[in-house]
Design a protein around this ligand. Sequence first.
Ligand code: CU
Length: 273
Amino acid sequence: MSSKSVAALVGSITLAFYSGMAFSSKYNFQEPQSVIARDIYDQHIMLLWICLAIFIAVFGVMFYSILKHRKSLGYKAANFHHSTAVEIIWTTIPVLILIAMAWPATKTVIAMKDTSEPDITIKATGYQWLWGYDYLQGEGEGISFYSKLSTPPAQMRNKEPKGENYLLEVDNNLVVPVGKKIRIITTANDVIHAWWVPAFGVKQDAIPGFIRDAWFTAEKPGIYRGNCAELCGKDHGYMPIVVEVMEQDKYAEWVAEKKKATAGVVTTAAVEN
Ligand SMILES: [Cu+2]
């Protein structure tokens, strides 16, 4: 391959990469907002680079060999035979690459599953088709409410223009304080659902009759949106998750208000137990 065509190839790959970056805000992962989400994001990018490097190396050698040694230049088919050295090399290198990829991935998976010593524990129950939240432990213990889609039906029927958070808005946000370890216990009341908030790197099935858990520590206040991620029936796409992360003092105010508002009301937890 001439140096000109190599330059053209590198140029078009670079161009494809940068035009890809321009769209990345739409097609890339959401900006990570927890340690786990950042680990997942970084490893995803690292693996992409490793795959790209392998792709370029393998296909580079292959196309170079095909072009440079083609029949029309007078080359004859080679007669390869067994080589122990080559076989050892092409087994060892991929094994090393796999270990280098699996090592950080395993560490992250283990960290993901470490739900010990949470500051706050919240049970998320999937229903067809909404979520129920019960604060089981920590500040806010005893709070209990349902959270369901609040997008006006008129928007769904195209009678009104669609809002900014179309199908990603609920009547009662799940509220948590910033910087605290939040353990989410997932279960379901009817069929399997899944509690998924991409910015926190949390995706956990909610299975009837079973308890699963996950955790996150939100790094900054804000509103983070997710979805049910397990096909659960006709309104599966209409049971979003909205997590509102508040500063500690605001959260304390919210807890006080919520407790006042629900004092004397029979909670979902009381009904289910
Ligand atoms: Cu669902």
